[in-house]
Write a protein that binds this ligand. Structure first.
Ligand code: SF4
Length: 154
């Protein structure tokens, strides 16, 4: 049975988001995969050593910064490396990562101006996964992910 890497805030059970909030996924396919033991949860930012809650941060060029201008690229990079290490260790079929995050976003991220503006882009952990050849889906693309998994397991 192939494993699937997922953002820990989608997995549920442990509060990991920067704002101390929770966004656990309730889609029935996701819950079935969870029940089957397929899902490997990871929060890149917590694995990178950042606290909960933590300052809102965004990708700014090739760096990651808080709204106050503090450079937090190093913990984000450590988290991205750990995410990739786990993906390889479990030979995951793909990843499902939380949309819009500077670590986990796979289609859109905030644009680095801290004005609540999004742009096309990806988070740092997703960048590491894709550069290593892993496919990444957003949580809104679960039907596509399910079809992809089926194609891998025929
Ligand atoms: S870094 Fe990813 S897993 Fe962690 S809280 Fe943010 S979106 Fe969720």
């Amino acid at each position: 049975m192939r494993k699937i890497l997922v953002s820990e805030c989608l997995y549920g059970g442990r509060i990991v988001r920067y704002d101390g909030g929770d966004v656990h996924e309730t889609n029935e396919v996701f819950l079935k995969w969870k029940e089957e033991g397929r899902l490997i949860p990871i929060c890149p930012e917590v694995f990178g050593g950042l606290p909960i809650p933590r300052p809102d941060s965004q990708r700014v060029g090739d760096r990651v910064q808080t709204g106050a201008g503090k450079d937090v690229t190093e913990p984000y990079t450590i988290g991205a490396e750990e995410t990739l290490r786990l993906a390889k260790e479990h030979d995951v079929a793909f990843a499902i990562m939380k949309q819009d995050s500077p670590s986990c976003g796979s289609k859109f991220i905030y644009d680095g101006t801290f004005t609540d503006t999004k742009k096309e882009g990806q988070g740092l952990a997703v960048e590491y996964l894709r550069n290593a050849g892993f496919r990444v889906f957003a949580e809104e693309d679960l039907p596509e992910a399910e079809e992809y998994l089926r194609s891998l397991e025929v």
